[in-house]
Ligand binder design. Sequence first.
Ligand code: NOJ
Length: 498
Amino acid sequence: MSWTLITSLVVITLGCADAYNIESPNTLCFPEHFSFGVATAAYQIEGAWNVSGKGESIWDRYTHDKPERIFSRQNGDVTTDSYHLYKDDVSMLVQLGVQHYRFSISWPRILPSGLSNEVNEDGIRYYLELLTELNNHGITPIVTMYHWDLPQALQDLGGWTNPTIADYFVDYARVLFDNFGSRAKTWLTFNEPMSFCHDGYGGNDAPGARSSGFEDYMCAHHVLRAHGMVYRMYRDEYADKIDYVGITLDFSWLEPATTSEDDQKAAEIARQFYMGWYAHPIFSKTGDYPPIMRERVDAISKLQHFPRSRLPRFTPEEVKMIRGSADFLGLNHYTTYLISKNKGKISLLPSFEEDMGGIISQKKEWPKSNSTWLKVVPWGFRKSLNWVRLEYDNPKVFITENGMSLERGLKDSRRINYLDGYLKSLLMAMAKDKCRVYGYTYWSLLDNFEWTRGFSERFGLYDVDYESPNKTRTPRSSAHYFKELAQTRCIPAWNYTT
Ligand code: NOJ
């Protein structure tokens, strides 16, 4: 069985499930048509935050108005300046020999006020040129519509907590399909809604609403509606132009902290809250939120004296519209956490964590990265993939992010070690467990603006010298490793010293 991604110039046939070469540890190979690529996102790399008609995004506003919430008061005003230097980025992709490039489009660069009555022609020009450059080099674009940079004008109307936003997102998607559909055939509606709803509306990312257990639920609700509506529009009106529409969800593995029944149960509930919250409505047979989530939030809302559940309800039509609304699951996986049951009394203060009822930790001895949350636990990757396989009837999966942050430096053997471990775990999930995975995307092509962590956490295969006028990009050892991986599709022996 194979799955084919077709662009105007490039055809990639993805994955014959049985064609593996994993007999000897020296020849651990992915199937012939497995696609390797790298990812970036608009706000993190483009810079040019206010040039040529671009509107303000919530990250522009947040970093400018609340600089104390960002590492060293940094922002993405210039970052790696890929708006001007995108040809350098494409040259790096060519050097790496990757099959695909995942990038995102800045909504306010296309629609400065968020609404489709005013289209910024320079924004259209910019992405058309980038797509042409990719097509000319035979690199398949995988385009994310929304990677967290909401037009500020829409946030002023409540952002993702306002039900009307789903209509505006559909209007935006239409502009994208109309303008870029001939060059980009594979699309992701959203990147990591769990992160931008929970951390943005429930926590400290833009817009910084800090209303956990409330606005994060509203955000998720309208994101899911918006996703389903765009998928249906594509199936009804753009099926002859666009090949695949999916969504990227983030799933860290959640392992019970002990073998106790309480912790086993708490870990499964946590998986339903973190992953099922978004995946169940789209990928399960029944649709809607996971039953355990509905049950817990309804009950806890009642205990907290709310007249109705803090978790909104879909209409039966919405459940149907959202169910099955993805051609594939884009999966971001980085790390693993431990879950133990929270045995404390239920607080009267609403929060997602309280509703989920688990306490999260990580093992001290797990190897560190340069991000506090990211520990190196390769086996969690295989477990995550298998959970998805069993829970959602083995959907088509494309790894849209995986990677590790380090401090500055070109010799990044610890990153190569991370890649080696995670790729082996992925390959075993595919070859032995028969998980249907069709591609792998490293985060990130180059160092970039890591949200509230500023430039302090470097994920790139390419180092960026932010002080230099042309933001000099230099390949790390891991770039050489990745090149061999992308070209041979076999996991390289990783004794690189340069
Ligand atoms: C997930 C997000 O999609 C991306 O924007 C971020 O930089 C990486 N994880 C690393 O934290």
